[in-house]
Design a protein around this ligand. Structure first.
Ligand SMILES: NC(=O)c1ccc[n+]([C@@H]2O[C@H](COP(=O)([O-])OP(=O)(O)OC[C@H]3O[C@@H](n4cnc5c(N)ncnc54)[C@H](OP(=O)(O)O)[C@@H]3O)[C@@H](O)[C@H]2O)c1
Length: 245
């Protein structure tokens, strides 16, 4: 008998898949996943999960997906949400090494994935999450979003998009403190984790510092469990340690 729901968005990310696997194996909550690609969720271990396919992360698709989540959830509370979106590079964008590499088009695309889509999920999900029961919402950001910690420079668009997400979440935490005290927001840095996103940048990672997605997922589930519902946005790394803003 499941008494709560775990919702994973951007569920085809390597880290999201590891999270989903661990949640499904434990089996103590219902699992709902949302992604543009749900092939991974056709496996037997997800037989009792619900997978929602979106075409993209525009507001109309997000709104329609949230309606499907509500149908699957019924009266069951959603107590954990993981929003895993992230874009660092693709055919149109590469992390900038110098000012001359900066492109308005690439910046717009990266901000759209890394800041706007997560904010739209928060907007559309909040009415379904508000209530008496605790709900913890984790947004994947990155240590490079820290302005204090930026000693290397570069990666203009990725850094700025994740810092923008942090600021959006900070304002949201202030608002939720008034209207949905049960929701806790966490901005999470997984550490350098073996995935398509980090693949081109793994060469200089020190020995033992390239994490598996299974390790990070396990850490994150513990961190989420321990987080106090305190009306604050926490910016935490994979050890559960605070990252300076
Ligand atoms: N891996 C690392 O070393 C590392 C370090 C710091 C922070 N992070 C952050 O951790 C999160 C998960 O990363 P990962 O390493 O698991 O990445 P990944 O395996 O490459 O997954 C990429 C994720 O981003 C979404 N995505 C990619 N391109 C998109 C686009 N054009 N439009 C909308 N969504 C798009 C995917 O959504 P679909 O499910 O719909 O495909 C998927 O959720 C990201 O937010 C990333 O920035 C990762």
């Amino acid at each position: 008998m499941t008494e709560a729901i775990t919702l994973i968005i951007g569920a085809n990310s390597e880290i999201a898949k590891a999270l989903a696997r661990q949640v499904a194996v434990k089996g103590d909550t219902m699992l709902i996943v949302i992604s543009r690609n749900i092939d991974f969720y056709q496996q037997d271990i997800f037989a009792h999960s619900h997978a929602i396919k979106v075409n993209d992360y525009t507001e109309s698709e997000i709104s329609a997906a949230v309606n499907k989540v509500k149908e699957y959830a019924g009266q069951t509370i959603i107590n954990r949400v993981f929003i895993c979106h992230g874009l660092l590079h693709n055919d149109n964008c590469q992390p900038e090494k110098r000012l001359e590499d900066f492109s308005a088009n690439a910046f717009n695309e990266i901000v759209s994935v890394n800041a706007i889509s997560p904010m739209l999920w928060l907007k559309h999900l909040t009415p379904s999450l508000s209530g008496k029961a605790d709900c913890k919402m984790v947004f994947f950001t990155a240590r490079v979003a820290s302005i204090t910690d930026n000693n290397l420079g570069g990666w203009y668009s990725y850094r700025a998009s994740k810092a923008a997400l942090n600021m959006l979440l900070k304002s949201a935490a202030v608002e939720l403190r008034r209207r949905a005290k049960n929701i806790k927001l966490i901005s999470f840095h997984p550490g350098t984790t073996d995935s398509p996103l980090s693949k081109p940048f793994q060469r200089n990672v020190p020995e033992g510092k390239l994490f598996t997605s299974e390790f990070v997922a396990n850490q994150l589930l513990d961190i989420t469990k321990q987080a106090a519902v305190d009306g604050e946005l926490s910016f935490l790394d994979w050890q559960g340690k605070n990252i300076p803003w």
